[in-house]
Ligand binder design. Structure first.
Ligand code: ZN
Length: 223
């Protein structure tokens, strides 16, 4: 098995509503927010971890395509060569497979814009009395923030037979089919949103991106 090509897609994730991806609660402040959002320790700016993007795209595709997890709610681990999930994202909890390395690589999405952190107070309601209870403060990145999206795909010599349908139902093969799976996953992520609380309006996004471009080798050493 041999790697034959490397492709990179670049774009932006724009927030259409406040987003929260949980941060570590290790810096506890008196009177501070209860639920902070994750920030890059080098500059204090919020970012979207590559693992969050990968998880959203994978689970969005699995919902759409159906999965073959051993238990309900478990990611696909079928390891079949024709499974878009296992081939591209890697089979879940299955080390004994012949698919080769995970094809997709996600970078952390760092912030491109200025940002505003907003504190939103949430309360639950006691269903019997109607009284507000256990209020907490939630930190969100406000609408309008932009993050750099970067996804890479590795093509191997065994990938030629893989098939996937495009958005119009046309059959694609090989790397074109694999890049189409990622495109579909990005669409699913845009429909669902990202981060916590998407079911109550958090984390609505718009994705702006170009196409995948083949990465050609260049000389790394200076002359
Ligand atoms: Zn699978």
């Amino acid at each position: 098995m041999k790697k034959v090509n490397h492709y990179i897609l670049k774009g932006e994730i724009e927030l259409l509503s406040g987003m929260r991806i949980g941060g570590s609660e290790d810096v506890l402040q008196i009177g501070g927010t209860d639920l902070t959002c994750i920030k890059d320790p080098s500059n204090g700016k919020p970012y979207i971890p590559g693992s969050s993007i990968k998880g959203r795209i994978r689970s969005g595709l699995e919902k759409r395509l159906g999965r073959d997890g051993k238990k309900l709610g478990e990611p696909c681990g079928c390891s079949r060569a024709d499974c878009p999930i296992c081939l591209i994202f890697g089979p879940h909890m299955n080390a004994a497979h012949n698919l080769g390395p995970t094809r997709i690589i996600f970078r952390d999405a760092h912030m491109l814009s200025e940002f505003v952190i907003e504190n939103k107070t949430e309360t639950g309601n006691n269903r019997l009395t109607g009284a507000a209870q256990s209020p907490r403060t939630v930190e969100r990145v406000a609408t309008g923030a932009k993050f750099a999206l970067e996804i890479a795909m590795q093509e191997f010599d065994i990938d030629g037979q893989f098939e996937y349908k495009d958005s119009e139902g046309g059959k694609l093969k090989g790397i074109d089919a694999m890049l189409e799976v990622v495109d579909h996953g990005l669409w699913e992520m845009e429909q669902m949103g990202i981060g916590a609380g998407t079911g109550k309006g958090y984390g609505q996004i718009k994705i702006h991106c170009g196409d995948f471009k083949k990465s050609e080798r260049t000389r790394m050493r200076s002359a």
